[in-house]
Ligand binder design. Structure first.
Ligand code: NAP
Ligand code: F7E
Length: 349
């Protein structure tokens, strides 16, 4: 019989790709789904009915339900991907963010400890923990300097994972993943917001797209490549912490330009600060404007990861470049927007 894995956050971007990967490897997958007033399973609807795929209700804020579910399933592996994952939103809902992202992992680890079962635990740690970076490129050994409730919640989760590993000999590992994107990325993260927004503009459905800090630089990879690293981290001979990144860094402005190219636009920048505009040279129209509503109280300006430890010990490397990622996400969103229109869904004007 295949291994059993629980995935929290299965309805999210990474959870959906990880579920596909594990089912392909013959796992029995148990996804934790939280209750929502509208269906929240759009990313995994295609998996229902597939052999080995199971879903159950659970919430990371509810210890007793985590105990019941983990005890009943008795998994070999627990992938904790569930989180309030939006950095900007974490300034608006800091307590909820910390409860889910910091105490959630503690609740799972306590359950594993109390049950005394040999369950391997994966913690979805984040490059946001490096925050205002103290070293470049960032390595597994770079000190953390978080700048948001989100970043700080993930620092707690990172350390509690290590404490349960060293203190109770639990196979508990951290994957410090840098930004990773895909056509399944939430639409309020900047890469997807741009591929959706510029696709709509190219089809004449929207006039401009309003963004925040265009200078921020990120090390952007592809979620499908990164879930392979997540799986490999739990297959490593001993529990450890790994950093997963491409090593390339680009600004939000460069992402906009690259996406524009795939839509036949040539975006040029005029003006400075709040007055800066992105203009499509081919049409002379303004397509990007700056809106301070998207600025954060603290900003992480620059991230670039050194994943050499994972490349050496896990034999993992990213397969998708920045340019390839922009192409695949833009192509997918052009189709998505066209379908949205064909189905008569409202579009932003
Ligand atoms: P995502 O798309 O936002 O998915 C988050 C998932 O967590 C969703 O399934 C969400 O459920 C679930 N969730 C939220 N609150 C919950 C709660 N209280 N109880 C149970 N489930 C809850 O995030 P992602 O991009 O796939 O990222 C996966 C994980 O990796 C997250 O922990 C994130 O913080 C971390 N991470 C992401 C990146 C990245 O660049 N993507 C980088 C580093 C680390 P609903 O669908 O119901 O909202
Ligand atoms: O912002 C800037 C924004 O929200 C990237 C999460 O998956 O990765 C993600 O966090 C940058 C920031 O991702 C807009 O200020 C400009 O500097 O796409 P993002 P993030 O904050 O880096 C890390 C690794 C995680 O762990 C998180 O879970 O882009 N930016 N204009 C904008 N960002 C957004 N969202 N919207 C804008 O209009």
């Amino acid at each position: 019989m295949g291994k059993k894995a629980i995935i929290s956050g299965i309805t999210g971007q990474d959870g959906s790709y990880l579920a596909e990967l594990l089912l392909g490897k013959g796992y029995e997958v148990y996804g934790l789904q939280r209750r929502a007033s509208l269906p929240n399973t759009g990313r995994i609807d295609h998996l229902y009915g597939r052999k080995g795929f199971n879903m159950t209700y659970a919430d990371l804020s509810d210890s007793s339900n985590l105990l019941r579910v983990i005890k009943k399933i008795g998994p070999d592996e627990f992938y904790n991907l569930g989180a309030q994952s939006h950095v900007g939103v974490s300034f608006d809902v800091p307590e909820f963010t910390v409860n889910t992202n910091a105490l959630g992992p503690l609740r799972i680890l306590e359950t594993i400890r109390n049950l005394g079962l040999p369950i391997k635990y994966y913690q979805a740690s984040s490059s946001e923990m490096f925050g205002k970076v103290l070293e470049t490129p960032q390595k597994v050994t770079t000190p953390f300097n978080p700048q948001s409730p989100y970043g700080l919640s993930k620092v707690f989760a990172y350390h509690i994972t290590k404490i349960y590993r060293t203190g109770y000999s639990i196979f508990a590992s951290n994957g410090i993943l840098f930004n990773h994107e895909s056509p399944r990325r939430g639409q309020n993260f900047v890469t997807r917001k741009v591929t959706m927004g510029l696709s709509r503009i190219s089809l004449g459905l929207q006039k401009t797209l309003r963004l925040g800090n265009l200078d921020a630089k990120r090390d952007w990879g592809y979620s499908k490549d990164y879930v392979e690293a997540i799986w490999k981290i739990l297959q490593h001979k001993k529990p450890d912490d790994f950093l997963i990144a491409t090593g390339e860094t680009h600004s939000v402005r460069e992402w906009v330009e690259e996406v524009g190219k795939h839509l036949g636009m040539k975006i040029e920048w005029k003006g400075k600060g709040l007055k800066e505009k992105g203009i499509d040279k081919k049409t002379g129209k303004i397509v990007i404007e700056v809106d301070p509503i998207h600025f954060r109280p603290n900003e992480v300006e620059f991230l670039q990861g050194d994943s050499s430890k994972a490349r050496k010990l896990l034999k993992w490397k990213p397969r998708t470049t920045f340019k390839a990622l922009a192409k695949l996400m833009t192509e997918a969103d052009l189709i998505y927007v066209r379908e949205e229109v064909a189905q008569g869904h409202p579009v932003t004007k």
